[in-house]
Design a protein around this ligand. Structure first.
Ligand code: FES
Length: 139
């Protein structure tokens, strides 16, 4: 009787382990095969307006690359590619200076993406966006 109970208990334990292993294997496969969430909005990225503070920047993924939204002190918004036009590093927002610095070769861009100094040959690419009902839609 004790052996039978032990077998049942071991069976339940092995079943639980098998179920956990099945989930552990299938979840990454599902994540890999499932379409990206951004694809649901046809390449557009939706960001709540409150996530871009005055004088601040919000970086996000857009069309397989990094982009950034900047809210100027005046409240105006700018959407830019965050990919440096020199050799493709991701620029960083310098809140104190209200400009962008490329950490790779010290390229400087204005808050609107214009080249201020350094090796970048072109401004940061501007991205289209609209603001409606407290939501910024880029793309
Ligand atoms: S990659 Fe940005 S300055 Fe060189």
């Amino acid at each position: 009787m004790v052996d039978e109970d032990r077998r049942k208990f071991l069976g339940v334990c092995l079943g639980g382990v098998a179920a956990a292993a099945a989930v552990a294997v299938s979840y990454p496969v599902y994540n890999y095969l499932a379409p990206l969430q951004q694809a649901k909005t046809a390449g557009k990225v939706v960001i709540p307006e409150q996530e871009v503070p005055v004088g601040g920047a919000k970086f996000f993924e857009y069309a397989g690359s990094t982009a950034v939204l900047v809210r100027r002190q005046s409240g105006d918004l700018v959407a830019l590619s965050a990919v440096c036009t020199h050799l493709g590093c991701i620029v960083q927002w310098e809140k104190e200076k209200q400009d962008f610095l490329c950490p790779c070769h010290a390229g400087h861009y204005s808050h609107e993406g214009a080249v201020l100094s350094g090796p970048p040959p072109k401004p940061l690419a501007k991205l289209p966006f609209v603001v409606a009902n407290g939501v910024i839609t880029v793309g």
